[in-house]
Design a protein around this ligand. Sequence first.
Ligand code: ZN
Length: 398
Amino acid sequence: MLAAALGALVLLALLLLLEGTPRSDRSDATATTGRTDAGADGPSSLGSYPDIPRIDVHVHFAPSLAAEALRIMDAYGIRIALNASGGAPHAGLGLSVEVARQTAGRIRPYCNFPFGLVEAPEFARMAVETLRLCRQMGAVGLKVPKSLGLGIVTSDGMLLAVDDARLDVVFETAGALGLPVLIHSGDPKAFFRPPTPDNERYDELRAHPDWSFYGMRPDGRGPWPSWESVFAQYERRVARHPRTTFVGAHFGNAPEEPDRVAAMLERYPNLVVETGARIPEIGRHPPATMRRFFDRFQDRILFGTDLGVGPDGLTLGSRGLEPDPPERLPAFFVAHWAYFETAGRGMAHPTPIQGRWTIDGIELPRAVLEKLYWRNAARVFGLDPHDPTRDPAARGGP
Ligand SMILES: [Zn+2]
């Protein structure tokens, strides 16, 4: 009798243990993936404010994978995404415009521009025609890649500078046409330092040696410019075109120095910035400092992720040699929501390969989150997340 009772107790204990197993497994998995307790599924994949729509102003989507991109957007509350790999009028833009039509305006392209043709005869005329076509075809803006300043070489062997006077016509025309300019100049400061194991971006630099801008250029025709000199080119470009709206990519191209970004935002009313792939970097600053920044410039910061969906897989802000696994998508987005919406400390950031540190959340109030997530982008690009089909109308104002 006693043995039977003991046996029943042991069985009960075993059942309770088994019952508890999935739970403890789950919290183990949570700990090892570094996810916050916001979790990976259910309403938490939309953060604490699932009713606020989001416009992501910085993605790279292959037109052939629009359906997959749309599924990701739906899962994480992105109503409209602006594709920085939209193509140029005779090189891909047509396909991207077709995607915009097929997705009822939810994936819209920026126009890319052939800056490498700067020395071609009649470049200025070609530039104006190209941008007019961009506008006519339905591009929401112009994307300027970092290869301007850090890649395109002219016949004299020099890198084509961001502020090269021959390109003035491009930026003036974009402004006249009401095309905001998403501009990526420079790169993380660590990419300009020796790519050695003590470099805080060594994981990325080891996977992509060509991302290093330290020392001599690979073509041997000269040294890489300094981070400061590329940033100065970018600033002169923004200063030169007060009637053109600039969206400074990657937190205004200086996520390491919020004070520098603040000074530019103060100085240039035609500038706004976006957050693409820089939550890891800005999340390292004291949260009170960043919260003040987001409060002070609440009308000037746009939400961007730099999410890539391509034939070679996913890129969650940045990646190593292999594409990022789809299983990391929840952690990527939830880390964004956790940074903006919570006061969490020592949290995992969205893009682990960018560095082995944690971030602290800035717990923005709802009114600021609405501006960050969509209102500012809606104003700058003339979009309506509640009706993505609505064509950009009064866009172009910062
Ligand atoms: Zn990008």
